[in-house]
Each structure stands twice: as C-alpha cells, then as structure tokens.
Design a protein around this ligand. Structure first.
Ligand SMILES: Nc1ncnc2c1ncn2[C@@H]1O[C@H](COP(=O)(O)OP(=O)(O)OP(=O)(O)O)[C@@H](O)[C@H]1O
Ligand SMILES: [Mg+2]
Length: 258
C-alpha cells in the first residue's frame, strides 16, 4: 500500500490533488487514510465530508487532555519530562472521521517555540505519523506544507514518494527544488512532480523545462469548476469528470512507477 506525501508552495493545489487521489484510490476499493498536516486544515471539505461532520473533529495536537495523558507532559511547555514515544495505536480509530471509503485524521499545529521544538504535542504527532506510516497497512495520503519538519528520518523512509505540486510560475518551481533537497536529506528516494493550473502548451513547457531532474506524473488543467467547488465547500472529485480523468492518468503513472 502506497504512502504518499503531497507538498508544494502555498496555494498550488496540494489539498486539491490529495483529495482527488484519495477519492480515486478509495473508489478502487482501497482503504485510504488521509492525513491533514496543515495548520489551516481543509482536506476534509475537499474530500466531500460535510461541514457538520467536520465540526466534530478536534485536531490531535489541540487535544490537551490526550496529549497530557499520553506523553505525561503539559501541552504548551517545552522541556520538562515527557514520553518521546507515547502510545498512539488507538488514535486512528478513535479520532478519525470516515467518508467515501476514506478515513481522515487532522493533525493540528504545534505552536513553535525555539528551533526544533520538542514539546509534548510534537512528540505525540511524530509518534502518530510514525505509527501511521510504519505500522499500518492502509494506503496513506499526507497533505503537507512545503517543509519536511513533520517527518523525522526514520519516518520519512517509509514514505514511498513525495509528490510536489507546481503551478506554471517561478516561485513554485523554486519550492519544488528546495523540497527535493530536503526530502533527499531525510532519505526519500522518489520525488515526483504534478503540474497544476495549466492553461496552455506554454504552461506545460514552463514546468517541463524548469524541472528537468524531476519525474513528471502529469498535469491538471486550470479549471474554474475546481475553484467553484472550493467556494461551495464541495469536493473537486464531484465537481467535474475532466479533472477526475486527468488525476486518473496521474495515478496510473504513479502506480506504474511504484
Ligand atoms: N486546477 C485548478 N484550477 C482552478 N483552480 C484550482 C486548481 N487547483 C486548485 N485550484 C484552487 O486554488 C486554490 C488553492 O488550492 P488548494 O487549496 O488545493 O491549494 P493548497 O496547495 O492546498 O493550498 P494551501 O497551501 O493553502 O494548503 C483553491 O481555491 C482551489 O480550488
Ligand atoms: Mg492545502
């Protein structure tokens, strides 16, 4: 079962792609675990989970009692004694919502104190991610930001591939290169790219020409129906068959490479 991490510059379409891949794999009968590791968590909406159901989710890092119970440390504090490998195996079952064959876990944010913050919340999140990637047999799709700080070396090794989303613009290309360097540093072997918001041939060329060292999985067209779905709180998967077929092609290439 593939474990994928989706990264890229802000706003390029990470959540859009994560949700589409999750829905496609789930539609094939796979059990998919979708992990939202963004401070502004919105993967649930993109997966098509109604707002009412999402309102019952508390991000793991914000569950103070759970953090304290498991780590023995007080959330929001740095230093002091707490467990670095707290128990997490029951968390996926207890704190996920399920819809359309997908289980969603929202990680939440750890307020940063100092560099390389090791606080009870981050110990719990790291331990949980480690468990989800190493110990469980489901397909995992991790909607991340552009960094790799969620992943320690040992955890990163069990990610099968980083998929960096780029749009036809210089900044997202630079981010893709930076992410690849970071990913390689922590032992990730496969770094793929998906070009999103593509309007024409020139956009396609821009991506291909500027990322010669990347394996390209495919393109997603600029599509007003995706934006519209986002505004209405709907899943892009249910918005337009064209985007679904474009992401299907991306998925097939990914399956062929893995
Ligand atoms: N191919 C596309 N065509 C048109 N709009 C798109 C396309 N892909 C994404 N969008 C829109 O662009 C915006 C950003 O997309 P999305 O939320 O998926 O990006 P993100 O990388 O997850 O952003 P963030 O960094 O904030 O998490 C959304 O409004 C989304 O609907
Ligand atoms: Mg996002």
């Amino acid at each position: 079962m593939l474990k994928l991490a989706i990264t890229g510059k802000g706003g390029v379409g990470k959540t859009t792609l994560s949700s589409l891949l999750a829905r496609l794999y789930a539609a094939e009968g796979n059990t998919v675990l979708a992990i939202d590791a963004n401070p502004d968590a919105n993967l649930g909406t993109a997966l098509g989970i109604p707002a009412e159901e999402l309102s019952h989710i508390t991000p793991i890092a914000q569950m103070e009692e759970l953090v304290q119970e498991r780590t023995g440390g007080k959330p929001g504090t740095i230093g002091g004694f707490f467990k670095l490998n707290p128990r997490v195996d029951d968390i996926p079952q207890r704190f996920s919502v399920a819809k359309n064959g997908i289980k969603l876990i929202v990680m939440g944010t750890v307020k940063k104190g100092g560099s390389g913050c090791m606080c009870p919340e981050s110990a719990l999140l790291r331990s949980l991610l480690n468990h989800l990637l190493l110990r469980r047999s489901e397909m995992v799709i991790l909607d991340m930001d552009a960094g790799v700080e969620h992943l320690g070396r040992g955890t990163a090794e069990s990610v099968d591939a980083f998929i960096t989303v780029v749009e036809p613009g210089r900044r997202s290309i630079e981010t893709a290169k930076a992410v690849k360097r970071l990913a390689q540093d922590i032992g990730i072997k496969k770094c793929y790219v998906v070009g999103n918001k593509i309007s024409n041939e020139a956009d396609r060329h821009f991506v291909v020409d500027n990322l010669p060292d990347f394996e390209l999985l495919g393109f997603i067209s600029y599509n007003p129906k995706i934006t519209e779905a986002d505004r209405e709180g709907l899943s892009p998967f249910d918005a337009d068959p064209q985007v679904v077929s474009e992401v299907k092609a991306i998925k097939e290439k990914l399956d062929a490479l893995s």
